[in-house]
Write a protein that binds this ligand. Structure first.
Ligand code: SF4
Ligand code: SF4
Length: 415
C-alpha cells in the first residue's frame, strides 16, 4: 500500500565525494525532529539523579565478563587494549593542549566537517555539548561548549556475521582507527587556532547519542542505538569539544522514531529478550528502554551478541532504501526473511525468523552494581542464610571492601 510522503530529507552521500541522498518520510512515520523529550524533566533528572558511567555503576558485571570470555576473546581483548590504551590516554589530556595556529575568528564549521569527512568519518555534526548528560566523574573534565559529533562506520561484511569473532575484530578495530582519527582531527582544529578535547568512545564523558540526535545525525532506535541514515547503528561514536566558532546543526525527523514501532525486528529477534516493544518516558525522553540485565549475560558469553545491530534493516540496507520501500509498499524491507533476521549462535546453531535460543533463569544471574555493592549484597545473603561468620571472615570482608575503595573507580570501558 503506497504511503503519502510527509517530507523528504536530503543528506550527504555515504562517503566523502558521494552524491547527496534523498530519504522520503511517510506521513504515518512523521513525528518530531530528533526525539520526543520533556526538557524540564531532562534538567530535573540531571540535577537530582545525575548519571554515572556504567563502567563505574556496573563495575561488578564489567569485571565478571572477563571470567566468561572465550580464550579467543581474551587474547583479542588484551591485544586491543594494548593498541587502544595510548589512544585513550592521549584523548584524556587532549583538552589541555594549546592551539598551534592563529585564529581568524571566522566560522569554521564547514572546514571541520570537510576535514572529518576526508579523514573517513561517515557523519560529522555540530551541537552544544549538553552538560545535563555529563557523567558525574567527568563534570570537571569537560572544557569546551561546542560538540562535534563523529560517527565512524564499521565494516559492512564483517558486521553481517554477528555474533562472531570476525564481527568483534571489526567492532574493536573500528575503535582503534577512530581513536587515531580523532587525534588527527583535533590536531587540525588546533592548527586553525582553537582548543579541541577528544571524548573517547572508550572513556565516555556522557551518553553520546542524545547529542548525535541533536546534531541531526540520526534518531534513537528501539535497539537503544543511534540509527544513522547510511549505516544504522553499525558505527562507533566519538565527540570532540571545542571553543572554535561553529554553527549548530538541527535535529532531523528521519521517520525512524516511529518506524521502530512498525518494524520491531530487533525486539523480536533479541536472544536475551532485553528489548521492549513499547516506548516509555525515561529521564525526560520517550524511548524503547533496553533492559541491561537481560542483555549483559548474552553479550558476555556470545561474542558481544549485537544481534540487535545485525538484524536492523537500517543497518543492513540504509535508510534511503528502507524508507523508499516503506513509502511504496507500507512494509519493512527484509522483515521476516532469513537474510535479515537469521543468525548463528556459537555452538547453539542457526536461528531463523521466529526462532530464538532459550536460556534458563540461572543464565541471567550475574553480579550487579558497583564492586563494593556486590560484595555487600553477597555478605548480606551469607548473614541471612548462615548467621554470623567467624571473625577472620568479617575482617577478610572488610579488607576486600577497603581494597576496592582504595583502588578507586575506572571510567574506562569499550563496549
Ligand atoms: S546485544 Fe543481544 S541480548 Fe543485548 S539487546 Fe542486543 S540482541 Fe539483545
Ligand atoms: S530493527 Fe527495526 S525496530 Fe529495531 S532499531 Fe532497527 S529499525 Fe528500529
Amino acid at each position: 500500500m503506497t504511503k503519502t510522503v510527509n517530507h523528504v530529507v536530503t543528506r550527504p552521500g555515504r562517503k566523502h565525494g558521494d552524491a547527496d541522498v534523498q530519504i522520503p518520510v511517510a506521513q504515518d512515520l512523521s513525528t518530531v525532529p530528533g526525539i520526543r523529550q520533556r526538557d524540564a524533566d531532562v534538567s530535573f533528572y540531571s540535577r537530582v539523579y545525575p548519571q554515572e558511567t556504567q563502567n563505574i555503576e556496573k563495575a561488578a558485571d564489567r569485571q565478571w565478563v572477563w571470567s566468561v570470555y572465550s580464550e579467543e576473546t581474551l587474547i583479542h581483548r588484551k591485544r586491543h587494549d594494548e593498541i587502544n590504551e595510548p589512544l585513550v590516554d592521549a584523548a584524556a589530556v587532549s583538552g589541555d593542549l594549546e592551539p598551534t595556529g592563529t585564529p581568524t575568528g571566522e566560522d569554521i564549521t564547514e572546514a571541520i566537517r570537510l576535514k572529518a569527512r576526508e579523514l573517513g568519518f561517515g557523519e560529522a555534526g555540530f551541537t552544544k555539548f549538553d552538560r545535563r548528560y555529563t557523567y558525574t566523574g567527568k563534570k570537571r573534565w569537560v572544557k569546551y561548549e561546542h560538540a562535534i559529533c563523529l560517527a565512524l562506520e564499521q565494516d559492512y561484511v564483517q558486521t553481517q556475521s554477528l555474533p562472531s569473532m570476525d564481527a568483534e575484530f571489526a567492532h574493536f578495530g573500528t575503535y582503534e582507527i577512530e581513536g587515531a582519527l580523532t587525534l588527527d582531527l583535533a590536531d587540525y582544529i588546533r592548527s586553525l587556532g582553537y582548543h579541541a578535547q577528544i571524548h573517547s568512545p572508550n572513556d565516555n564523558s556522557a551518553p553520546y547519542i542524545p547529542m548525535f540526535v541533536a546534531a541531526g545525525l540520526g534518531q534513537l532506535g528501539a535497539n537503544g542505538q543511534l540509527l544513522s541514515p547510511h549505516f544504522g547503528s553499525r558505527a562507533r561514536l566519538a565527540i570532540i569539544t571545542t571553543d572554535a566558532p561553529v554553527t549548530y546543526d538541527e535535529p532531523v525527523d528521519y521517520g525512524l522514531h516511529q518506524f521502530c514501532q512498525v518494524c520491531q525486528v530487533c525486539v523480536n529477534r533479541c536472544p536475551g529478550r532485553a528489548l521492549v516493544p513499547d516506548k516509555v518516558w525515561w529521564r525526560g525522553v520517550e524511548k524503547n528502554k533496553l533492559i541491561y540485565e537481560r542483555c549483559r549475560p548474552v553479550m558476555a558469553r556470545y561474542d558481544g551478541c549485537a544481534v540487535c545491530m545485525k538484524v536492523c534493516p537500517i543497518q543492513r540496507f540504509g535508510a534511503p532504501a528502507v524508507m523508499e520501500h516503506y513509502v511504496t509498499t507500507g512494509e519493512v524491507l527484509g522483515k521476516g526473511t532469513h537474510l535479515l533476521e537469521g543468525y548463528t549462535f556459537l555452538e547453539r546453531g542457526y536461528f531463523g525468523p521466529g526462532e530464538l535460543p532459550q536460556f534458563d533463569r540461572q543464565f541471567f544471574e550475574i553480579p550487579h552494581g558497583r564492586n563494593e555493592e556486590w560484595l555487600f549484597q553477597q555478605f548480606k545473603e551469607k548473614l541471612m542464610n548462615e548467621g554470623l561468620p567467624p571473625e577472620e571472615e568479617i575482617v577478610g570482608f572488610a579488607k576486600q571492601v577497603r581494597n576496592i575503595l582504595v583502588k578507586g573507580n575506572s571510567t574506562l570501558g569499550d563496549e
